[in-house]
Design a protein around this ligand. Structure first.
Ligand code: HEC
Ligand code: HEC
Length: 346
């Protein structure tokens, strides 16, 4: 996976090849240099991770080569045009940006976006701003690669309703696009190059936040409240699930660890069954991807079903159903302050 170059620039300022040794449950876990990058962004204090999570597959993030900036910029520019172009859909009415709106943290503020028939989609539209750092895609993490996700989306009759040859043909008839593909250094217009440009654009959205600067050593970035909120986030164990560079995006976990979330709210819909809908295995029932918390302050409503209308509600639900703790208003408030440090800064 290519990491956006903004991060590359930042990361060079940090000490690479750190070795961190953490005593945990009487054992010494040696985190070697599987990825200096992951360390610098080790959002969590590793000592707070329950041992069970240490078994999860840790995939090293590769650090991108510094991009050839001219063609990189041209790819991102092209990707943005495609992302915002309603001609990507057969109906001519639906662009990626219809649902992933820049002004709303690249989601759309609705519980459910509408498909091209006007019917609500089964899942809430997630932000795609930090998709570059997710390991798997979709609420239930059923897509291992962005390409597969894009294939599904393009060919879905209720969404883009396209096939790749037809779409490539249409784009080839547009002189402006032909020029843009040339500028980007692509030698053809095809599934591969259209997807690459869109994905490069998505990666380019992953801007650093104050949190990143803090992790890189600039402790002045956090106010006292934010500092306290960050401590609580780690101490209560939010970071056992919302972990790593993206504070999420790398684990699947049950929604309702301590008690069932769904029975107490609405009747259980198919979407609530989580990863079970893909595997039909009982052990996957109610399992969802732990979402990234980056930019979460801008992407209400929350959860796969949009059932938490405010961030404070989402935090409280997490305390009760994931941790079995009744939080005070102050706890919620401080953690919410901390989450503001995850907003992108230009
Ligand atoms: C009609 C609304 C809608 C449109 C149009 C749309 N999306 Fe989405 N997008 C969604 C929803 C809903 C999900 C969650 C799907 C799921 O979990 O199965 C999603 C998920 C995603 C994800 C995965 C995010 C993650 O972290 O898992 C990416 C990437 C994405 N969309 C990119 C795109 C691109 C690129 C386009 C245009 C080609 C597009 N979307 C068009 C609604 C939309
Ligand atoms: C046991 C794992 C686990 C723990 C612990 C946990 N979360 Fe979550 N979190 C999840 C999962 C899974 C979801 C997705 C729920 C869904 O799909 O609807 C989620 C969703 C969220 C969301 C909504 C994100 C969005 O984009 O909709 C927020 C905010 C959040 N968690 C914050 C927290 C905070 C704050 C804590 C600590 C008080 C915490 N979480 C503890 C697993 C966990």
């Amino acid at each position: 996976m290519q990491v956006p170059y903004y991060y590359h620039a930042l990361i060079n300022k940090t000490t690479m090849n750190k070795i961190v040794i953490i005593p945990l449950i009487g054992l010494l876990f040696v985190f070697s240099t599987y990825s200096a990058f992951a360390h610098s962004y080790g959002a969590i204090s590793p000592a707070s991770i329950p041992a069970i999570y240490l078994n999860t597959k840790q995939r090293p993030m590769t650090i991108a080569q510094p991009p050839n900036t001219l063609s990189q910029k041209a790819k991102i520019h092209l990707g943005k045009q495609l992302f915002e172009d309603t001609n990507l859909s057969k109906s001519g009415e639906m662009a990626c940006s219809t649902c992933h709106q820049a002004s709303m943290g690249f989601s759309d503020g609705r519980d459910f976006s509408l498909d091209n028939q006007g019917t609500p989609l089964p899942y809430n539209t997630p932000s795609i701003q930090y998709v570059a750092f997710n390991y798997y895609f979709g609420w239930t993490a059923r897509f291992p690669h962005l390409q597969e996700h894009l294939d599904a989306l393009m060919t879905n009759p209720k969404l883009m309703d396209r096939n790749w040859p037809e779409l490539s043909q249409k784009i080839k008839q547009n002189d402006i696009y032909v020029q843009l593909f040339n500028n980007a250094g692509y030698d053809e217009i095809s599934r591969t190059t259209i997807s690459d440009a869109i994905i490069q654009y998505e990666y380019s959205l992953a801007k650093p936040s104050r949190y990143d600067l803090y992790i890189l050593g600039d402790k002045q970035q956090f106010s006292e409240k934010e500092n306290l909120g960050y401590s609580l986030f780690k101490e209560f164990g939010c970071s056992s699930c919302h972990q790593g560079k993206n504070l999420g995006g790398n684990l699947r976990q049950k929604f309702g660890v301590m008690k069932s979330y769904f029975n107490e709210h609405n009747k259980i819909e198919e979407r609530d069954l989580g990863y079970y809908t893909t595997t039909l295995k009982d052990e996957d029932r109610f399992y969802f991807r732990v979402p990234s918390l980056r930019n979460v302050t801008n992407t209400a409503p929350y959860f796969h079903d949009g059932s938490a209308k405010t961030l404070a509600m989402a935090i409280e639900i997490m305390f009760v159903y994931q941790l079995g703790i009744k939080p005070s208003d102050t706890d919620i408030n401080l953690i919410e302050s901390f989450l503001h440090t995850l907003e992108p800064v230009e």
